[in-house]
Design a protein around this ligand. Sequence first.
Ligand code: BGC
Length: 752
Amino acid sequence: MKRILFALGLTALMVSCARKDWKDTSLPASERASLLLKEMTLEEKVGQMCQYVAPCYVPPGQGSPYKNIDATDENLGNKDLADKIRRGEVGSFLHCLTPKEATALQELAQESRLKVPLLIGIDAIHGNALIEGCTVYPTNINLASTFNPELLETIGAETAAEMRQRGLYWTFGPNLDVARDPRWGRMGETFGEDALLVSEMGKHEIWGLQGRDRDLSTHVLACAKHLIAGGEPFGGLNAAPMDVSEGKLREIYLPPFIAAIKEAGVGTVMAAHNEVNGIPCHGNKWLLQDLLRDEMGFDGFVVSDWMDIERLHSMHHWAPDSTEAFVRSVEAGIDMHMQGDNYFEAVVAAVNSGRIPEKRIDQAAGKILEMKFALGLFENPVPEIKTVIEGVGDHGKTALEAARQGLVLLKNDGILPLSSPRRLFVVGPNADSQTILGDWAVPQSDSAVVTVAEGIRDAFPSASIDTLCFGGKISNVDARTIAVARHKASAADVCIVVVGENSQRYSAFGRTCGENCDRDNLDLPGMQQQLLEAVCASGKPVVMILMTGRANSIEWAKDNVSAILNVWEPGQAGGQAIAEVLAGQVNPSGKLPVTMPRSVGQVQNVYNYKHSQYSRQFATSVSGCLFPFGYGLSYSKFSFSEPVLEAAEGDGYGTVSIEVRNDGPYDGGEVVQLYISQEYASVTRPVKELKAFKRIFLKNGESTTVKFEVTTDMLKCFGAGGKWSVEPGEYTLLTGNSSADEDLKSTTLTVK
Ligand code: BGC
């Protein structure tokens, strides 16, 4: 009897196993992926690891990366590419700019043997801004200036909703680079120079994009990039090498990725262009396997950056040829190749020759398939085309609120807010252009964008407003136009000079900033400094609006203009937010997420430097920063009590409380910051490090108590033994509203 029962049980088990089918939507995504893998040929599996740029992305005649394709709309039917998709040799595309294209490509994928849908990705870095008609939020450096992580979660969720409506399911963001060199053009797409700030902002953005529990069926896949340490390249040049101690790697560069993985469950990671300590990131097994997967517990897949695997050979001179580069990248842990020919063939051949074990391919393709299942792509592969993107109206309100919170008032001699000026002169190449949108944005329809000049016209309806905007081009500022500006300035009551940089990758206006736009100088580019000086020479009060994607050196301006509002690149509603601040309808509350240097020669200029940094001084100039990290003025005065450390009941380190009062005369936002410094340890420590922050809003005359619990994480350091620990000794807890010593009050904590 027992034997019969056992046999029956076994048969039932076999039947139920045999019945398991990857098409069964009740199975978990990971299981469906394993089942599907079993039905795939080696070629189909390697195909999942291949990503190509969408044909329409490359304008006709501009060197299409495809053989035989001059990328125009009609070429969607190109035979080479179409056949690859039909054979199941393409897993993913990036930058499909229209739903028509996404639909056409997905329809081709449905002609393949197993009908595996394509995963279509895009750089939705601050909103889905590479697509016309989508919301363009302020750039990330501006969002970081809000010190308001919750806002990032909202923006992430709104971005995800807009992406899905365009057939896009994967964004190559957030950028978690810790930007510690303003010569590097990508500072604007980062959350700044501090590990904690980048971690908090990045984590919340991922929560917004993917959902709190990685609920991809209604969200999109995020990508933490770039692993690792590209934010401080030699000479400030993008992709240049980086040498970094393990302590610095672990204390500065890795924390945002750890938060992204452990707390937010990010689904993908992108490797960095650069080498670290002699090994390029795209071939670095220690980085991609030992650290990322084994130690940090990453459970998604790793995508290469654009053609960076080829560059293991051509740029780094590390792999002797590109075939070897492809193979080494797979061995090291890269799961998907972004753009380019010959990868597919090289990887298939390496498996057939026994160099790459097929189980490594199963691991890579399996994870990619798992994400596709989780995103619901198999059930709904072909996007529904909607002409108008739903939600953009409401999302525009978020973009405006973000811009309002991210503007940083650096100087105000009392001129702001402007009280009913009669004659305003608005001048500068960034005063009336889409520079306001920043990098990673296509030009949007004029009606969707409020420029500074437009915002000012709305906010000051009874003033007479003269403008000189140089057609939006920095290069149009020359001796002749400067003379015109000088003349017009004399006729105004107040001059508003909108100068800075231009990060716009798709305009012919002359970029000075953004990806691959690095500089060996941080001054205002072109003749903008001369323009500023000429307007100041009119003797009229000058308000400088600094619109930029990097920390510029503006020492002359600090000494000579009446007010400076650093607006970064505040997005589609930026002009309205700026004008509201000028008019006093909004009280500025943004804080610098990076240190602003006096000059390029003072780089590296960060707030968390080591004690010995300024033991010697520069011979012919003042040493130290121009404006400190965490700094930003308000129209109100906020007063801070001394911090009080209340002992914890159990084993903890206690809680610091600070009373903050808005002494008026306006309602306003403030950012309460907690820094910790440890004077002596087994390794030298930074003079201070940001350990917690909280954005608050207080009405005129109101006060509140802000409390921060002191945790082990805040006190631990990566010590001389190569281990994290809280070392005994004295710690100073500093609280206030910037990282400058004069803005901080302190108390001490002794750890036995
Ligand atoms: C950038 C990445 C980006 C990729 C795709 C690269 O040049 O470094 O950050 O995601 O292009 O656009």
